[in-house]
Design a protein around this ligand. Structure first.
Ligand code: FES
Length: 76
């Protein structure tokens, strides 16, 4: 793949999520997260900010290697 000039390596990550917002951010209280939460990091999930598995197709199509952030609660 060939990149040149200003476009070298610079492209948008977010193609579809809340494009009317200046910045997409989410906040969660730890108490509200159950035993496990899986958050999207590929920006392709239809359930963003949660992962819906869309990263698999994205990786297959682009050769990328992205995946979710998984948060687990230990013990009781
Ligand atoms: Fe984006 Fe899984 S759908 S990381």
């Amino acid at each position: 793949r060939f990149f040149s000039g200003k476009s070298c390596g610079k492209s948008k990550v977010n193609h579809a999520i809340s494009k009317d917002s200046a910045k997409v951010a989410h906040s969660f209280d730890m108490e509200d997260i159950g035993t496990k939460a899986v958050f999207c990091r590929c920006w392709r999930s239809k359930k963003f900010p949660y992962c819906d598995g869309a990263h698999t197709k994205h990786n297959e199509e682009t050769g990328d290697n992205v995946g979710p952030l998984i948060i687990k609660r230990k013990g009781p």
